[in-house]
Structures are given as C-alpha cells and as structure tokens.
Design a protein around this ligand. Structure first.
Ligand code: CP
Length: 309
C-alpha cells in the first residue's frame, strides 16, 4: 500500500507503487465514465494549488479531481499572491499549512522546489512540474493511457521525440516507463539532448525517420521556446522538417500506434495538425485520464497520511 506523504517524482518510486496508483486510477476512471461528478474520497480535505508557472491542463485537472472527490480547492497563482511581495516558498507553504491545507500541489520553475517544500510542511506535496526535473502526474497519466490501450507495457516500443533537454515530462516518463519494462527511445537533435541521457536506460537517436519505425507509442514534446538558449537549432521550419511528427512519419510506426503529447501543442512545429487531430491521436484522452490519475494520487496520499495519524 502506498505509504508516502508526498509525490515528488517517479525516480524515487517503485514499480509496485506506480502499479497501485494506476490501478486506483482505473477505478477512478470508471467513476468518471459513469458521469459521476461527486464522490466522498476527499471529503473534508483542503487542496491548495500553488502555481509559480502558467498551466491550463495540470491546474484544472487537479482542481477538477479535487472537486469531484469533495475537497475544497484553492488556486494560488504566484503572480497574484504575496509571492510577488517577496514571500519565500517555505513561508508560503507554512502559511498554507496554517490555512489547513491537506495537500499542496506545486508547480515551480526551479528543479527541487517541491522537495524543499515537502521537507518544511506537514501537508502532502505533489510535484506538478519542477523546472526541467520531473512532472510525475503527467507521466503517470501518459503511462496509464498506454496501459489502457496496450495492457502490459513490457517490451512496448515508445519513442519520445522533441525537446528532451528541457523536458520534465520526458524525465518522468523515462523513469516510469523503464520501471514498467517499456523500451524507450528518445529522439532529438544533439543540442536538445541532455548530457548523460544514455545512462537512463534509454536508446538515443537523432534520426526520427529511423527510430519511429515499428513504434507503438509516439510522444511529441513541446519545443520549450521560453527555456531555449540561442542557437540550439537553426530555425523552427528546419526543426519541423527533421523532427516534426507528421502523417508520413506516423506511417512508419506500427499501424496501431498511438500519438501522444502532454500539451500545449505547438501545431506545425513538433506536431502537425494532420497527426494532432487524427484517429490515432490520444492527446485529449490523456487529458481526461489525467483527472482519474490525479484523483488516485490525491486519494492515496491523503489515505496514507490519515493512517499514520
Ligand atoms: N501538460 C501540462 O503540464 O500542461 P499545462 O502546462 O497546461 O499544465
């Protein structure tokens, strides 16, 4: 049984813990499929959504998941909070503790910020994306979506293509997918591959046309223009020509392959519209599955904490 206060990443979590979250998410997904929008799983709990970076999917997904399970949810955007007056992350977290938060969902531009917060608050902390480090609930929903489609992940050929260097989604997916036995290939121009990526039990390629052949799942990643230094690739047109996922490239993958993307999508850059909107695109299914996964994570963490009291 999951026995932890926080979910900070998939690096430090076991395959069994991941399976428990996915199996609970499957129960939650059944509830959503019955169009039930009120359950008692988090009744009486307070969930604070503390976002220092913009978000559409993750914040709304946690908010929706919390509200469905009967929690009170509170959104705190750094730009409109006392963070803009100089309050530190730890002080903000301690105040959210004092405001009776049971769970704090944190997105922050600094890698390691959720780990620091978790050490300093009694609320459970969920990492909703920290810098270029991890985005564990995104990877869990990606993995859930692949399992829903393919069943067992052992030997599943997953290609993650795009801006690997700046991607917390890629890192969390690599940790999670490899723990569950998938075969992961990361593909990007050399300048968008982080140093040491080979040590993460993945295949590394700079040739998308080559590594996409026979893939079961093709995950595009957003080119994070806001985190780029100059000169990492010649032009967005050239990037799309060599690394854009389009219909011709998708034809090289397995005929039953799924196309995935964490969003937001830069259409015509890392993903062309003919692929983003095709029948093989699971992008919006990922989003709905994200609600089920976040319901599962918040339920399991708060249950674990309640049992320790
Ligand atoms: N996938 C994801 O993290 O999207 P948002 O930035 O919209 O939350």
């Amino acid at each position: 049984m999951l026995k932890r206060k926080d979910l900070l990443g998939l690096k430090d979590i076991t395959a069994e813990e991941i399976e428990e979250i996915l199996s609970t998410a499957s129960q939650m997904r059944k509830i959503l499929d019955q169009n039930v929008k009120k359950t008692p799983h988090l009744q009486g709990k307070n969930v604070s959504l503390l976002f220092y970076e913009n978000s559409t999917r993750t914040r709304t997904s946690f908010d929706t998941a919390g509200k469905i399970m009967g929690a009170n949810t509170f959104s705190i955007a750094a730009s409109t909070s006392s963070v803009s007056k100089g309050e530190t992350l730890i002080d903000t977290g301690k105040n959210l503790d004092a405001l009776l938060s049971d769970v704090i969902v944190l997105r922050h531009s600094m890698s390691g910020a959720p780990h620091l917060l978790a050490k300093n608050v009694s609320a459970g902390v969920i990492n909703a994306g920290d810098g270029m480090n991890e985005h564990p609930t995104q990877a869990l929903l990606d993995i859930y979506t692949m399992k829903e489609k393919f069943g067992d992940l052992k030997g599943l050929k997953v290609v993650i293509a795009g801006d690997i260097k700046h991607s917390r989604v890629a890192r969390s997916n690599i940790w999670g997918l490899t723990k569950l036995g998938a075969s992961v290939t990361v593909c990007a121009p050399k300048t968008l591959l982080p140093v040491g990526i080979e040590d993460m039990d993945v295949k590394v390629s700079c040739d998308l046309d080559e590594c996409i052949v026979g893939a079961n799942a093709v995950m595009g990643l957003r080119l994070q223009l806001e985190r780029q230094q100059a000169g990492l690739f010649p032009s967005v047109a050239e990037y799309n020509a060599y690394y854009g996922i389009n219909a011709a490239r998708l034809n090289l993958a397995d005929s039953d392959a799924v196309v995935m993307h964490p969003g937001p999508v830069n259409r015509g850059l890392e993903l062309n519209s003919d692929v983003a909107d095709c029948d093989q695109s699971y992008i919006l299914r990922q989003v709905t599955n994200g609600v089920a996964v976040r319901m599962a994570v918040m339920f399991l963490l708060t249950r674990s904490k309640d049992k320790q009291i």
